[in-house]
Design a protein around this ligand. Sequence first.
Ligand SMILES: O=C(O)c1cc(=O)[nH]c(=O)n1[C@@H]1O[C@H](COP(=O)(O)O)[C@@H](O)[C@H]1O
Length: 281
Amino acid sequence: MSALEPFGTRLRHAMDERGPLCVGIDPHASLLSAWGLNDDIAGLERFTRTVVDSLAGTVAVFKPQIAFFERFGSRGIAVLEKAVEELRAAGALVVMDAKRGDIGSTMAAYAETFLHKDSPLFSDALTVSPYLGYGSLKPAVDLARENGAGLFVLALTSNPEGAEVQHAVREDGRTVGATVLGHLAAENAGETPLGSFGAVVGATLGDLSSYDLAINGPLLAPGIGAQGATPADLPGVFGAAVGNVVPNVSRGVLRYGPDAAGLREAAERFAAEVREAVAAA
Ligand SMILES: O=C(O)c1cc(=O)[nH]c(=O)n1[C@@H]1O[C@H](COP(=O)(O)O)[C@@H](O)[C@H]1O
């Protein structure tokens, strides 16, 4: 594989060309059932194939949630590997949602799995948790830089339970979430058009003007659709940083399957609504 351009550059181009949307691939048992599929490996395979065949050529970014594949053991991981390869071959970017985080020496092994260019699960970016200390993520930051990949670091998550950790105030008066954002701003300093080290910030969180979201990197925004947020909420949540938002919709798109046209229309509608909301901001 020839050397990749930095993830931030590739992400900016992909969203300019294909529209500002990340479709989550979350094969919930309830979705398999709604699509008329069994909750087994054949059902998982068919579900994943349908999403890839319907959307890989038009959607900018996909975020497979590894938990729904791991549920089926090694055969589930094989389905995921194939999907990652096909999505990337079709020109889409893949953010692996594995939310890894551990002491540095173990983090290095997680990084090898998802961020080394020769790994079968190599992804354009990986979600990671900084709650063993931001510095514990260094092996992933370094390997991502080396391979033109990126990270999305959990900063302010979309679930209400996240606040007890992320809004906690440190001795220096800053919240834990703000501290994570500060580390990412330092990581991305001077990068153009966009740094490769993003934050996860929920679209469900309301006004975040007390946080400095100007990290010069992408802001992955889950929470649209099934969790209640809408594209129209984005400017109110992200303010001046709204242009760097990568909105994720999983169930909100997937519920329109298995019909390929239904999936495509849903993805196009969300991308158009995001574009409209960002342009009006
Ligand atoms: O890192 C994530 O993607 C993530 C962070 C967060 O704060 N909230 C959140 O919902 N997610 C993920 O985003 C997806 C949201 O799915 P839907 O609610 O179906 O759109 C799931 O895969 C979650 O695991």
